[in-house]
Design a protein around this ligand. Structure first.
Ligand code: NAP
Length: 252
């Protein structure tokens, strides 16, 4: 019997949850619990950390999971590393569902940087208005550049003071549309965008909007994640789980 642990928190994880539920696969959807009201899923849900790789390995064994799908965000490195270690220890096969990184077109003005610190160093010298579209967890390093105004887009209103003095906040949850991202950038007089190279359709809106407005983007490369097999889409993962989706289910 197949029993799947789906590590979620992304649009792609929600799409896989729908396919698993439609195929009546025994599966549990796991959220880190970072947002105040995570989207309900059509699968049994659990919330919160496992207590590191050891905790995850113990959970996999105790709950008799036969497969793990890591569909977490490409920048969620801790849980993904833990999944590799835990699955190895518990002898449970692991697959990562990973979306392709974005690549620039001829009209894009992207500067690729390896990490957040380099993104901070790459900000312009003169005061600018920066759309800092990187979530809430990596804001602190930007405090080193207080001459800039920062526009932040967060899922929940902050519960603690922000590390950035000159910041405005938009509360919104993706997926986003290019038209509204363009309007948001224009209304806020944005001159530069800082983003993570997450890949995927819902978060790409800001890059399409930046292209339309001719704005430069500082794009943080995704961290390397060795030691795991990777698949790119729901159909591929469902096949790996032994539940291939029919062409009709795929909308073909
Ligand atoms: P992280 O740094 O890789 O993980 C930190 C800890 O959070 C993990 O060690 C684990 O705790 C717990 N955790 C993370 N994802 C979990 C999951 N799906 N189920 C149960 N526990 C989980 O992760 P993060 O960057 O804080 O991201 C947290 C969640 O937000 C992820 O699920 C990710 O998909 C989503 N997300 C992240 C980003 C981003 O830019 N990082 C963007 C969008 C969405 P224990 O060690 O106690 O098990």
């Amino acid at each position: 019997m197949t029993r799947v642990l789906l590590l979620g928190g992304t649009t792609e994880a929600s799409a896989l949850a729908r396919a698993l539920a439609a195929a009546n696969v025994d599966a549990v959807f796991s959220y880190a619990g970072r947002t105040a009201s995570p989207l309900p899923q059509p699968l049994p849900q659990r919330l919160g950390g496992f207590g590191g790789a050891d905790g995850l390995a113990a959970y996999l064994t105790a709950e008799a999971f036969t497969h793990v799908v890591d569909a977490t965000h490409p920048f969620a490195t801790m849980i993904s590393r833990n999944a590799v270690t835990a699955c190895r220890a518990a002898r449970v096969p692991l697959i990562a569902m990973e979306r392709a990184p974005w690549t620039p077109g001829p009209d894009d003005h992207w500067l690729h940087v390896p990490d957040v610190e380099t993104a901070v160093a790459a900000l312009p010298a003169a005061p600018a208005r920066i759309f800092l579209a990187i979530g809430k967890q990596s804001l602190a390093p930007f405090a080193a550049r207080p001459e800039h105004h920062y526009l932040l887009r967060l899922v929940d209103p902050p519960t603690a003071p922000l590390p950035l003095k000159d910041a405005s906040i938009v509360i919104a949850r993706g997926p986003f549309a290019a038209d509204s991202d363009r309007a948001l950038m224009k209304a806020n007089g944005i001159t530069h965008i800082v983003a993570k190279n997450s890949g995927g359709a819902g978060a790409e809106a800001k890059l399409i909007a930046a292209r339309a407005l001719g704005l430069p983007v500082i794009l943080i490369d995704r961290p390397a994640m060795p030691g795991r097999a990777v698949m790119s889409g729901v159909a591929e993962v469902m096949g790996w789980l032994g539940h291939p989706v029919t062409p009709a289910e795929r909308g073909v």
